[in-house]
Design a protein around this ligand. Sequence first.
Ligand code: KG4
Ligand code: ZN
Length: 362
Amino acid sequence: MPAATAGTDCDTVPSMRVLAIESSCDESAAAVLDADAGLLAHELHSQVPLHREFGGVVPELASRDHVRRLLPLVHRALDESGTAGPELAGVAYTAGPGLIGALLTGAALARSLAYGWRVPAIGVHHLEGHLLAPLLESDPPPFPHVALLVSGGHTLLIEVSAIGAYRLLGATRDDAAGEAFDKSAKLLGLPYPGGPQLAALAERGRPGALSLPRPMLDRPGLEFSFSGLKTAVLHAVRAQPLTEARRADLAHAVQEAIVATLTAKALRALDDTGHDTLVVSGGVGANRELRARLGAAARARGARVYYPRVEFCTDNAAMIAVAGMARLEAGQHDGLAIDTHARWPLASLAPLAAAAAGPPPP
Ligand code: KG4
Ligand code: ZN
């Protein structure tokens, strides 16, 4: 795996270098990762302002914007890293899960560039990218570990035995944690995406002023359920006039319910597996209260929590490069037909050692 920062490599044999493209939702991104020198470039364009007036991601608009943004981002990443396309060991792209039209834009571009440069292409699972993002840091987590993957689309607890060896421990039955943040935020009149805004408002709320349900918390097991939370928020919003103080108290109670649930289940997963390393990734991993609570709880039991840096908690291409490089190193690559998957169970990925190589690169 690559070092975290660029080093001085005087070898005459060039090290493996991968270009990665991410376009599964509302971030367009490109990155160049070198096996020895680490991350050389990462470029990102966020579509958040584009979708804000609609209160959520509009898939057609997302696809159109990716088409406009991706190639300039790729150009900048190559330029910044001093890389010529044909020198690459391969081009990695997010092949799913995600919005299908959005995925197709990045996949078609990546596959075509690889074809033109006569280098292999590899479709990457977006969640494998999130899981491996902490490997970009100078102090990467050891294996095996438990990963808590909390984003706008997913809430998963996964046992990660090695790169490519993932066992699902628990998932949400309905809304994802990020979705619960965003939907509650919308009910409180906060603009999209509401998670970070709700977290900011929560800081002004009074602890314990209001209490909201924490479904599944009292039950054994590692499943989550967050859909009841937004219903409770809706009732609370309608019950009394929404003064500034009450909005802040409600925001505090929402964050408290989500953070308490995620913390309790993550610790339970450490207990169940016997592991003492927890990795947290995905957009909700940027939440400060979650980080503080998990950190304190883990310390109290001699465990350690690892995160990617905040900018790599949310969607980015650097994490896709890490996953793509690992799979290319293991001899995997795709044929010329472009396959994308709106849905794609993580557990269906082959472990790296057993991964069947595709046909020879064109
Ligand atoms: O991983 P991500 O960028 O995209 C997905 O693949 O979903 O995660 C985005 C989600 C959104 O729901 C956003 O509101 C939430 O992460 N989020 C936060 C915070 N920052 C981002 N939620 C709570 N607190 C935050 N600080
Ligand atoms: Zn994501």
